[in-house]
Design a binder for this molecule. Structure first.
Ligand code: NAP
Ligand code: F7E
Length: 355
């Protein structure tokens, strides 16, 4: 009988952690995740997996640890002895990274050193496979379009800079110690598990709340930024495929298609039959509900970034060639699925607080 593979996921309580845990459990893995201490329970995305923590037969387990606490990471690695480590934990909000640059660097940058060094000191570096959650934000002030694994990085936020450090650290452990360590350079990916503070979820949550009369308007920042938006459920499959390759490497996961924040808004409000007409410019621009004539979208510079990444679109050719990976969900399907989930919550009166 082949031994059940053991995976350790940092950031298991986040969007990707939830989707990845589902995927690995469906493949028969024993899944361990780290959670950090919080004054209230934040297991919404994995609540369906977390049954009886005292049942030893369960193949899903959570451990307290923190990316800022190397000892705790060391202890969990020692106890779990994983075959694959997926490092998804991060302060992942780009705008907030400008408010908390030191903390963001500590968690996203030094956190990776703590994890990799613990693996090395425990003598596990020759068999553990390591995935680092790298990001399209590394391209920042983009040097070519579309962006691929060879496009130079020009990061433009404390978040992106911390992730650049982590990207290089991952490659350094691969080159210096022969680790099976890979970076997934993932473009934006969303879904109903997306945090409420990211623009996609803010829009689908806001459109649903406005539709049900729970909110009067949706206040946003830069409507003209463009992103390459895919579905997180498709992207976690790419993470897993990278870990199954004989040789470690770095891969872009993207759809290759670009849409603006404005497109996202229009698509979401069409679903609730409230077509939007734009009026005015800059901070004075408003989105008018054509049917009622009311201004339901407004702009607040609070949501602008000190340095913006205006345009991103990825070239996933290497992932297709070497991993056989391709996104499955179209942009229209993504918006529709997120709207369906938020409309259900709005109707049931369980819509989460504004991000
Ligand atoms: P997310 O929803 O914000 O989840 C982040 C996770 O990290 C949460 O589980 C969070 O725990 C945990 N975390 C934060 N600080 C921590 C700390 N000090 N110690 C331990 N855990 C900590 O992010 P996501 O969208 O799932 O993204 C997953 C990873 O991919 C992140 O590294 C992100 O930067 C990267 N990424 C995301 C995208 C995207 O479009 N989603 C694209 C490229 C790269 P709490 O629940 O306790 O807050
Ligand atoms: O912003 C604009 C904003 O916060 C997207 C993270 O997962 O993907 C994510 O980072 C765009 C930006 O995602 C609002 O200015 C307009 O241009 O949804 P976002 P992000 O910054 O692209 C990358 C790949 C990651 O790695 C990150 O971890 O939308 N925008 N109005 C707004 N953004 C927000 N959050 N809120 C607004 O009101």
């Amino acid at each position: 009988m082949t031994k059940r593979k053991v995976a350790l996921i940092t950031g298991i309580t986040g969007q990707d952690g939830g989707y990845l845990a589902d995927l690995l459990l469906s493949k028969g893995y024993e899944v361990h995740g780290i959670r950090r201490r919080s004054s209230s329970v934040n297991l919404q995305r994995i609540g369906h997996l977390y049954r009886n923590p005292h049942d030893r037969a369960e193949n899903f387990h959570l451990h307290y640890a923190d990316m800022t606490d190397g000892m705790s990471l060391f202890q969990v690695l020692k106890d779990v002895r994983p075959d694959e480590v997926y490092n998804l934990a991060a302060q992942s909000h780009v705008r907030i990274s400008f408010d908390k640059p030191e903390y963001t660097s500590d968690v996203n940058g030094l956190g990776v050193v703590r994890l990799l060094e613990a693996i090395r000191l425990l003598g596990m570096g020759d068999h553990v496979r390591f995935y680092q959650a790298s990001t399209s934000e590394l391209y920042g002030n983009v040097q070519e379009t579309p962006q691929s694994e060879t496009t130079p990085f020009r990061p433009r936020s404390p978040y992106a800079i911390s992730k650049h450090f982590a990207f290089l650290t991952t490659i350094n452990y691969r080159e210096a110690y022969g680790f099976h360590a890979s970076n997934g350079i993932l473009f934006n990916h969303e879904g109903p598990y997306r945090g409420e503070g990211f623009v996609s979820r803010k829009i689908t949550r806001g459109a649903s709340a406005i539709h049900y009369g729970l909110q009067d308007k949706l206040v946003l920042g830069n409507l003209n930024a463009t992103r390459d938006w895919g579905h997180a459920r498709d992207y976690v499959e790419g993470m897993w495929l990278m870990m199954q390759r004989e040789e470690p490497s770095d891969y872009v996961l993207a759809t290759g298609e670009q849409h603006s924040v404005r497109d996202f808004v229009e698509r979401a409000f069409e679903i609730v039959d409230r077509p939007i007409e734009w009026d005015g410019a800059g901070l004075e621009e408003k989105g008018i509900d054509k049917k009622s004539g009311k201004a339901i979208i407004e702009i607040d510079p609070r949501f602008y970034r000190p340095a913006e990444v205006n345009s991103l679109v990825g070239n996933p050719a290497k992932a297709k060639d070497e991993l056989g990976w391709e996104h499955r969900t179209t942009f229209g399907q993504l918006v529709a699925e997120m709207m369906e989930a938020d409309m259900k919550q709005a109707a049931a009166g369980t819509l989460s607080a504004e991000g």
